[in-house]
Every structure is written in C-alpha cells, then in structure tokens.
Design a binder for this molecule. Sequence first.
Ligand SMILES: Nc1ncnc2c1ncn2[C@@H]1O[C@H](COP(=O)(O)OP(=O)(O)OP(=O)(O)O)[C@@H](O)[C@H]1O
Ligand SMILES: [Mg+2]
Length: 242
Amino acid sequence: MSEQSQEVLHLEALRKSYNISQPNEVEVLHGIDLCIERRDFAALIGPSGSGKSTLLNILGLLDRPTSGELYLLGQPTSKMQDSERTALRGSSIGFVFQFHHLIQAFTALQNILMPLMLAHGKPDKQATDRARELLAAVGLEKFAERKPNELSGGQQQRVAIARALITNPALLLADEPTGNLDTQTAEDMFALFRKVHEERDCAVLLVTHDPRLSKTCDRTINLVDGLIQSDTRGQEVVEGST
Ligand SMILES: Nc1ncnc2c1ncn2[C@@H]1O[C@H](COP(=O)(O)OP(=O)(O)OP(=O)(O)O)[C@@H](O)[C@H]1O
Ligand SMILES: [Mg+2]
C-alpha cells in the first residue's frame, strides 16, 4: 500500500446514544462506516443537530461510541482503558475547537507546548524549537510571548492550530474552527489547514457550515440525522459509504 492511500482511521457500524437507560435516551449516530486516509483533506457537513460534533468527539477519542469499532492507525480502540486512549490521542490526533480553549495565563509559545508538557513534563530545547517553528508556520513568529487576550480571534485560532500540530499527529480534527471568524480570516485559516495537510502529511477532517469553505476540500462527507447521506471525493462517490 502506498503512503498516499494509508488508512489513518476506520469506523465500523458505529452507534452513539446519549442518556442511556434513562427515559430521555436518544440514539444520534445510527451505524456509521467511514475510512479516513492520509491523503484526505475532508469536510464534514450536515444540518445542525445531525451528529457532526458527536462524531468528531468519538473520532478524536474524546468520547466513546455506544457500539461499533473505531480503528486508529490500525488499532481497535473500543476495549482500551482510558489511559491507553489518552496516550493514543496525545500521540496521533490534533484537535481544534470552534473556540480555541487557549490557556489565558500562558503565552502563545507555552500554549503550543501544552500537549508535550502534559505528556512529558518540562519541555526541552528541542520541543521549544519545534513550537517556535510551528508559530512561524502559522505566521506568528513575532507573537511568541503574547498572551491569548493580546491576540486577535484569528491569531488565537492559529495558535490553537499550532498547538494541535506539536505532536505531529496523523490526523487533524477541527470542529467549526472558523465559526466565529470573519470571511477573509476563515478563508486564510482554511488555506493554513491545506498547507498543514500538504506539508505535514496529516489527514484533515473539518466540520464547517460554510459551503464556500467545504467546496475547497477534496472530500465532502454529508451527515444527515446520524447517517452518512453522501461521501464524495471530487465527483467520485467514496466506496462503501451510502
Ligand atoms: N451530551 C448530550 N446529551 C444528550 N444529547 C446530546 C448531547 N450532545 C448532543 N446531543 C444531541 O445529539 C444530537 C447531535 O448533536 P451534535 O452536537 O453532534 O450535532 P451537530 O451536528 O454538531 O450540530 P451543530 O451543527 O449545531 O453543531 C442533537 O440532537 C443534540 O441535541
Ligand atoms: Mg456541532
């Protein structure tokens, strides 16, 4: 199998219910089969409430499915202990949220180093150099010592992207990363995701409500009422996904 078609993540018959065994139990994902490859620069779209964030949180190992299996880099994750899932998430997945969740007391540089500090304690020179390199990659080399409240919304989101990349993840997930940015900044952010995808060999899956942004992606996965209604790469329908 070539590097280009390498599988990063794969879902089989994945279901998710909330409030299990309570009167308000509700199933929101009804059996999802999906494969994400290294080459994917994909948009996850669909109406509000269709299950996009629920799905993304499961893909990012932030939440567990009710049934079905999620393979990350070939490893089945359903029977893993929380500690094992946390370690796998830390080493293979970068997550960018709609609101950046930066730590206000930390500088941009320290925020980027956070995932490494959580895993390994005090960062060494190599880690700090890498964080500076990522700051430069997102165009913020001059802002290393700024706190989040001294940066614009778009700049804060770029710090969040750099933070998601510090561990060199195989998969970058982003839940409406441009939801609270103006049109131009949102387009710039998508161009930055594209650059990351191309330069770092990292699969990217982005949730967006903006059709102009999803059109710039190579693949579009449309989730409706907890099921994948369509999944296309360019004009081609992705196999096994109806
Ligand atoms: N913790 C929860 N407990 C109960 N129900 C939930 C919970 N989180 C989400 N839901 C429900 O699951 C469904 C899917 O929600 P989800 O947040 O995944 O949708 P979404 O596609 O991301 O929507 P949006 O585009 O508005 O962000 C919704 O009906 C929502 O009310
Ligand atoms: Mg959502």
